[in-house]
Structure formats: C-alpha cells, structure tokens
Write a protein that binds this ligand. Sequence first.
Ligand SMILES: Nc1ncnc2c1ncn2[C@@H]1O[C@H](COP(=O)(O)OP(=O)(O)OP(=O)(O)O)[C@@H](O)[C@H]1O
Length: 246
Amino acid sequence: MIRLENLGKRYGRFVALQGLNLEIAPGETVALLGPNGAGKSTTIKALVGLLKPTSGRALVNGVDVWKEPVRAKAQFGYVPDRPYLYGKLSGAELLRFAAGVYRIPRAEAERRIEELLHEFRLERFASSLIETYSHGMRQKLSLALSLLHRPPVLILDEPMVGLDPHAARQVRDLLRNYSAEGRAVLYATHQMPLAEAVSSRVALIHRGQLLALGTPRELLHQHGTQDLEEFFIRLTEDAALEPILQ
Ligand SMILES: Nc1ncnc2c1ncn2[C@@H]1O[C@H](COP(=O)(O)OP(=O)(O)OP(=O)(O)O)[C@@H](O)[C@H]1O
C-alpha cells in the first residue's frame, strides 16, 4: 500500500536520505523510528508530496505521489508533526472545507464531521476559531482531518505529541486498529513502548538509511535486546557522527 523505491533527498551537499526502500502491505501498521535528524520527517514529507525527493519514487495504493499528486492524495490521510491550520476558520468550518476538497457529498460530510468532532471530544469547540485552540486541540483536529475521507492509508508524524491521556489512548487504538480491513498505517515516533505495543513492523532509520526492519519480536531476538529502547540505543550509538556529505 505504501512503497518507497530508492528514495533519496539532499539539502545541498547534505544527504538527508539515501536510497530508502520500504514496502508496507495492507493490514500493516509500521512505526518509523530514528534519532533526531535521522530523516523520518524527510521520508514522510517526500511520501506525502510536500518535499520533492532528489531520487526514487513514492507510491501510495499504487499511485505515484509526485506524478499524480491529486489522485495520490485521495489515498491517504496525513497528520504532520506540527499542524499548520488556518486560524481564522472554526474547527467545523475547516472540516467542511476539507470535505469539499475531497468531494464528499454534503449530508454525508455533515454526519462524518459530527462523528469525528465527537470522537475527538472537540464538539464544544467546533464553532471556535482555530487560533484559540490549544496545541493538543489542533493535533486532534488534524487527526480528524486526516480521517475525514476514510483513506486506505494513514501517515502520521509523531502523532502523540501534546495529547492528553484520553486522546493518547484513542490515537493508540487508532494506530492499532486502522490497518485492519486492508488499510495501512505508517507513523513516526520517539516513543519506544508505543512502537513495541502498536506496530506489526518497525523500521529504524539512521543517518538517512534504513538500518533495521522487522517485527519488534524479530528485532529484539536478532539483536539480543530486552526491549526496543535498548535495541534503538545500541543500533544508533554513533548518532552524533559527522553528517554525510557528497
Ligand atoms: N530544509 C532543510 N534544509 C537543510 N537541511 C534540512 C532541512 N530539513 C531537514 N534537514 C536536515 O535533514 C536531516 C533529517 O531531518 P528530519 O527532519 O527528516 O529528521 P527527523 O528524523 O524527522 O528528526 P526529529 O526526530 O528530530 O524530528 C537533519 O539533519 C536535518 O537537519
């Protein structure tokens, strides 16, 4: 459902991503791990069509994100690490606007919006301007936006940051359950217990390269580590090395 083929990205001479290959099948939830600056957000931004890769390609549900951006964008929902939402709209207005972009029929859109506002406990704030929302409320609105069109693929960049325990539990359940029924989820996180509990596979990137890929159980077994935190620290100990320049 998600396919990264030889994905590369440079910023000038700095190589942020080096020929990344990753395939995520229907039914999978994959956690993308890596130290600060490893290339997680770069990977995700190249995958969702926000940052043009220098090489390779990214496909969602068989559609090339850079060749057919409009078709591709109907295939996934995206939650950025820092949601930039237009502050002069209310939450409900933004959801209605997005429903229009996705061409969801009006009555169906209203039902869906009500459902999502309820699910994310945002009903009370539905008519308030987004500029008055707290960080966590914006994050929840961003999650609701990503789910609006019931996309087959969900892509999330550090979705847990700033969430209260209710919302955190809800997102954990979402990550765990959304990939059922033939959908797929890719999310970046620094929370090792979350990745261990909620992912069919884990992809570890380090200095722009895929260092390890497998089920949490396989990875712990292969590296003889107790938990993903120990695995992570052991494999990325040289995180402070010189950057790769070409
Ligand atoms: N616009 C840019 N110009 C130059 N370098 C950049 C740019 N954006 C990112 N980088 C560099 O690319 C590398 C990968 O950054 P990226 O944001 O993908 O890391 P990350 O794994 O998401 O990190 P974090 O866990 O801190 O969010 C970093 O070294 C970063 O400094």
